[in-house]
Design a protein around this ligand. Structure first.
Ligand SMILES: Cc1cc2nc3c(=O)[nH]c(=O)nc-3n(C[C@H](O)[C@H](O)[C@H](O)COP(=O)(O)OP(=O)(O)OC[C@H]3O[C@@H](n4cnc5c(N)ncnc54)[C@H](O)[C@@H]3O)c2cc1C
Length: 440
């Protein structure tokens, strides 16, 4: 049998870890993945996959809401959600996806060890009493939901986003604390599923990191659908009271609900990993500092994903992991380019972004022309009864391709789009940015 190209040990089986394992195995390395909680990681088992599965149902509910306007008579009773069935679908789908990851790793000959891994030397990983020596170690241990000192999750009334799927029912009155991406997504989903939602935001508006125009559209839709959005309201505590929960705000106001969901950020899983033993100093936020090819400060030790805090997205974690392996195994590698990351806020409607931000354009940091195209003139949108474009997560690919491949406005404008289609608005936007050759 051929000697392996290198021995690689990966701590963490989420997208940062398993995608790296697949690349390393393909390149002929001997790969071991050490994972504590299940392959696919939090991404597959508790975070990204379950939340998007829940959102598939809430999206269907929102679509049913608009059915009458399209000439559909659907009985007198409004559709309602079968919560136990919904949650069991979410859990089953997550388990199946985790099984798929396990199958792919097994097919590539990757060894998987269950348990918590920790570094006990620059290139030695311990799992329980066993020690594995490696040429290269990749740390991809992810992150977990941050909790507030005055709002300890109990899994019944006060919940993190990982505890929702164990509820036997839909929360009747859900208070969502935090209006970043996760908070906005769950607020949007539960409102559509039939919960009465109150969104508590410490900032002026929801989704403060997103393009202001897009965030305002989402906030308007939230309010129109009956959600209570409390802006400039910092939650200080959440306590169970009677058969519900009371959230107290900084200014003394209180909000009552049946359940409270905390979405106040994530903290990296970097404690107890023996990083010091490998010569790694964490940054102030306890993240593992890495460069654009995922190297830590310790030779031979790479890190990828949420534990690095670079950009907490599954796609970024996976790319960091792959880049780490390409680099470690001496392949040609393009360093991570954050300005090329396409991302989506899966609210209803969705917001998708890639490239420079509107804020960078407004502040003069990026030199760009702005074009806004109301969907009201798009024939497909009219036929479908859309007032805002759905599935921005799918529409963004064309723009993402343009950013990645440095396409010009002219090239986009000359690209055929199907008629009628929502993506036709993207080529139309490109056409509206074309200038006569004399203007150059
Ligand atoms: C509610 C929610 C929704 C999200 N939706 C999206 C989305 O739609 N799109 C998107 O791109 N991103 C989304 N994300 C972010 C995405 O889930 C993360 O960016 C992604 O999971 C990061 O992958 P990772 O490999 O770094 O970590 P994880 O997926 O967290 O995997 C890390 C794994 O390492 C294991 N581990 C930890 N410590 C040890 C140890 N000492 N030994 C062994 N194993 C260990 C953990 O148990 C876990 O299995 C969402 C996040 C949340 C919270």
């Amino acid at each position: 049998m051929d000697e392996p190209r290198a021995r690689i040990v990966i701590i963490g089986g989420g997208p940062g870890g398993y995608e790296a394992a697949l690349v390393a195995a393909q390149l002929g390395a001997q790969v071991t993945v050490v994972d504590r909680d299940g392959l696919g990681g939090a991404c597959v088992l508790t975070d990204c996959v379950p939340s998007k599965t829940l959102i598939a149902t809430s999206g269907m509910m929102a679509a049913l809401d608009g059915a009458a306007a399209l000439g559909i008579r659907s009985g007198t009773a409004a559709a309602t959600v079968d919560a136990p069935r919904l949650y069991s679908r979410v859990r089953a789908l997550a388990r199946a996806q985790s099984g798929d990851v396990a199958g792919r790793l097994a097919a590539e000959g990757v060894e998987v060890r269950s348990g918590a891994g920790r570094l006990v030397g620059p290139r030695t990983v311990a799992v329980g009493d066993a020690e594995i020596t490696a040429d290269i170690v990749l740390v991809a241990t992810g992150a977990q939901p941050r909790v507030l000192p005055g709002a300890m999750p109990d899994g019944e009334r006060i919940l993190t986003c990982r505890q929702l799927y164990d509820l036997g029912e839909l929360p009747q009155e859900l208070i969502v604390v935090g209006s970043g991406v996760t908070g906005a997504e769950f607020a949007s989903a539960y409102q559509a599923l039939g919960s009465q939602v109150t969104l508590v935001s410490s900032r002026d508006r929801v989704l403060p990191q997103e393009d202001a125009d897009a965030a305002m559209v989402v906030e308007d839709v939230f309010r129109r659908r009956g959600m209570t959005v409390l802006g400039r309201s910092r939650a200080m505590s959440a306590k169970p009271s009677g058969d519900g929960v009371t959230v107290t705000l900084e200014d003394g106001r209180t909000v009552r609900g049946s359940h409270c969901l905390l979405t106040v950020g994530m903290v990296p899983n970097t404690g107890g990993l023996g990083l010091e033993a490998a010569g790694i100093t964490l940054d102030g936020g306890e993240f593992i500092p890495v460069d654009r090819v995922s190297r830590t400060t310790a030779p031979g030790v790479y890190a990828a994903g949420d534990c690095t805090g670079v950009m907490m997205l599954a796609s970024v974690a996976a790319m960091q992991g792959r880049i780490a392996m390409w680099h470690a195994l001496g392949e040609a590698v393009q360093p991570l380019r954050l300005s090329h990351v396409a991302m989506t806020v899966f609210t209803e409607p969705e917001i998708a972004t890639v490239g420079v931000s509107q804020q960078a354009v407004t502040s003069g940091e990026a030199d760009a022309l702005v074009v806004k195209l109301p969907l009201a003139t798009n024939a497909r949108a009219k036929m479908q009864g859309f007032r805002v474009a759905p599935r921005a997560s799918e529409l963004i690919l064309g723009v993402s391709l343009a950013v990645e491949q440095h396409l010009t406005v002219d090239q986009m404008a000359h690209t055929f789009a199907v008629y009628p289609s929502l993506s036709g608005s993207i080529t139309e936007a490109a056409r509206s940015l074309m200038r006569p050759a004399d203007d150059d």
